[in-house]
Design a protein around this ligand. Structure first.
Ligand code: PLP
Length: 347
């Protein structure tokens, strides 16, 4: 059958599972699931489509109604694509510290971006989105609590993982958490359909909220009442907001986390660059962080183990961040001497 799609939305998901060669220890197999293959370059395209279509089915979202969400970027970019294709106006609230290219991408796709002060952290952008939704009657997607978020991961991401490992066992599945949608949606399916798989979660070492064992203070609607005491700012954009999302707490209460591995900012950035330079796999800081946790796990795992690491997004989203801080735009000495090595060189 010739492969043609009716809309771009049909291309979301079915991302590849790729084996790591140079960076993985030789006694086991490390695979990565490359979510950058989604049309807007991140795992969040899945959630965007899942939440909008669930709201359409439930009659909560009316034709032409404005959609609003608080997002560190990737959800907003995914939603901007989905809303553009389906004809919904979109407003996004975002902390001013997230990378500039994320804002520009959303605006390019037709969304409005409202920035919230850095001092108010993730909680500030969530509260602003709630207030705007209430005031204007907009549809608030509530990615941090909406069950349509884990549901789409159970239906798509988890089903793909089971298919990738239908002929060999999956011993470990490694992920980070943003909203917890990936973690909740995939972990519950693995627990049921692949009970031998250990679920491994990685957190920033400076914001190890899940590992801390300290409960999150909540409002009656499940939203966070205050920042979590174990939170400190970290470099893994899209990971670990300043509160434990309800979806993550659900997974903790269900005892669906087998191991928790802390990762530093420097380890994350180094792994992102190593994946690019040694495996040709181009991912963001959180992908580097998840891979750093995977390598720590691999050091201790039994020979012959199969490990799958989630890589949430593309590295292209981080050009203005510390990930690219040491990448010059001008020629360095080595490049200059290569250039000067032709006899007729003229600047
Ligand atoms: C950039 C980025 N987006 C998304 C996710 C996963 O998000 P969620 O927990 O919302 O499914 C992560 C987690 O690793 C991430 O780093």
């Amino acid at each position: 059958m010739p492969q043609r799609y009716n809309t771009i939305l049909e291309t979301i998901g079915q991302t590849p599972c790729v084996k790591i060669h140079k960076l993985a220890p030789k006694h086991l197999n490390v695979f990565v699931k490359v979510e950058a293959f989604n049309p807007m370059g991140s795992v969040k395209d899945r959630l965007a489509l899942g939440i909008i279509e669930a709201a359409e089915r439930a009659g909560e979202l009316k034709p032409g109604q404005t959609v609003i969400e608080a997002t560190s970027g990737n959800t907003g970019i995914g939603l901007a694509m989905v809303c553009a294709q389906k004809g919904y106006p979109l407003v996004v609230t975002m902390v001013e510290t997230f990378s500039v290219e994320r804002r520009k991408l959303m605006r390019f796709l037709g969304a409005k971006v409202v920035l919230t002060p850095a001092a108010e952290k993730g909680t500030g952008m969530v509260n602003k989105a709630k207030q705007l939704a209430q005031q204007h009657g907009w549809f608030l997607t509530r990615q941090f609590e909406n069950e349509a978020n884990p549901d789409i991961h159970s239906l798509s991401t988890a089903a793909e993982i089971l298919q990738h490992f239908s002929d060999i066992p999956l011993h470990y599945w490694v992920t980070g958490t943003g909203t917890g949608g990936t973690l909740k949606g995939v972990s519950r399916v693995l627990r049921e359909k692949s009970p031998g798989t250990q679920i491994v979660v990685s957190e920033p070492d400076v914001a190890a909220q899940i590992a801390s064992g300290i409960p999150q203070a909540r409002n009656t609607d499940g939203s966070p009442a205050a920042s979590h005491p174990a939170f400190k700012p970290h470099a893994m954009q899209g990971w670990t907001p300043d509160f434990i999302p309800k979806l993550v707490e659900d997974v903790m209460l269900a005892n669906n986390i087998d191991q928790n591995i802390p990762v530093s900012n420097a380890e994350a950035m180094s792994c992102s660059q190593q994946l690019a330079q040694q495996e040709g796999i181009f991912v963001g800081i959180s992908g580097g962080a998840t891979f750093a946790a995977t390598l720590k796990l691999a050091e201790k795992a039994a020979a012959g183990s199969n490990i799958l690491c989630m890589l949430p997004d593309t590295g292209e989203r981080y050009l203005s961040t510390p990930l690219f801080a040491n990448v010059p735009s001008d020629m360095n000495q080595e490049e200059l001497s290569i250039s000067l090595s032709t006899p007729d060189f003229q600047l």
